[in-house]
Ligand binder design. Sequence first.
Ligand code: SIN
Length: 465
Amino acid sequence: MYMTNYFNVNNPATGELIQKVKINTEDEINLSLKNGHESFKEWSKINAHERSRLIQKWSKKVNENKEELAEIMTKENGKPLSESLGEIDYSLAYLDWYAEEAKRIYGRTIPANTESKRIVVTKEPIGLVAAITPWNFPAAMMARKAAPALAAGCTFIVKPASETPLTGMKFIDLAHEAGIPKDAIQYVNGRGSVVGDLFTDSDYVRKITFTGSTPVGKNLIKNSADTIKHVTMELGGHAPLIIAEDADLDYAAKQTVGTKFRNAGQTCVCANRILVHENIIDEFTDKFVAEVKKLKIGNGLEDGIDVGPIINKKGYDKIVDQINNAKKNGAEVMVGDKYDADKENGYFFIHPTVLKNVNTDMTIMHEETFGPVAPITSFKTIEKAVELANSTPYGLAAYFFTNDYRTGNYLHDHLQFGIVGWNDGGPSAAHAPFGGMKESGLGREGGIEGIEPYLETKYMSIGGF
Ligand code: SIN
């Protein structure tokens, strides 16, 4: 993909070249970091109400350019146009939420232990924030980092994913058009590892925020240690989805299709293991497969497409290996296991696939798939379902379907995941704290929690002994 000074951005549905993007040199990136640091002095002093107004203006610009942004996204990412439009709305929700939160950065006073003293706690922006954002949600993941950073008074620099930089670049151009100073929010392009090292090595950067794989996240954490940077990490997932014996199976089948096949299964939160009570597994599977068969696969720019391509050959090969490994170990293909790939032209489609009789010997039950494959296995008791669900180093999202409040409360209390959907296949929302436990990450994005990681706490004690 990388040539001397440029890299190609290709349409994953056709393999066609969309645009060549300039790779920034190390000097250019270091200069941007310096400018971001310098700009912090002014941006952090701008009144919170004015920062709020500027973020609102940015939101308005994004809204006005929604169709264009969505089309760019579908071309470079492959997701259906309806999903791209949905992602722009999701991004707008982050801009709007944090435009409001800018005005709600409160401190507090603490009763002191002597008459003469006062203790006052205030919050300050931490400084320049460097972000690395993923290709699966090129707008929303940037919005949910940039909006709280700017709202807090931090300056922001991002390296968008090399597969999908165009959406993010346009998004940031719109921030400048809205009046946000050009060094307060910037992008740079280049190889992930090179830019990541420049970000973590830089004394100007006070925080690293990353959405992507767990191994890359671990490296960024290690490399941030020398300068004790703040870190927020949104890493991999391996979500269980539990269908209890009493669940409404028609509803659960539809919701499961929604969470599993959104963005062709290329999301960190999508259901990766479907655990169904043994007494209803055949009935659920029939209903689920019937829904899956309705999905239309193809180029996301065409009408009525539900599932687009896999982003690249590496992702495609991993998914195919998982399907083959499951089949070799006894899984039964209920639908799918069909491919439309052209290595020369560079497009890779995998038809939505449902596998039954999967077991824990199969890689699909241990590794994140990031693809349109739904493996189904059974459980006897809800305690066993929890044991199976928690038997992973990941802890991002989990789902369950039941109308019994005791089962629901038990599952809520015992699932070790940061996001839990109860009869809900789509729990993500700008106003809720998105993030994972265990090796799925550190910190939360969204909601009132999402601005805290961009703030330092300072207290002042007034008066003497
Ligand atoms: C992700 O899967 O990377 C994010 C999905 C979301 O915000 O819903």
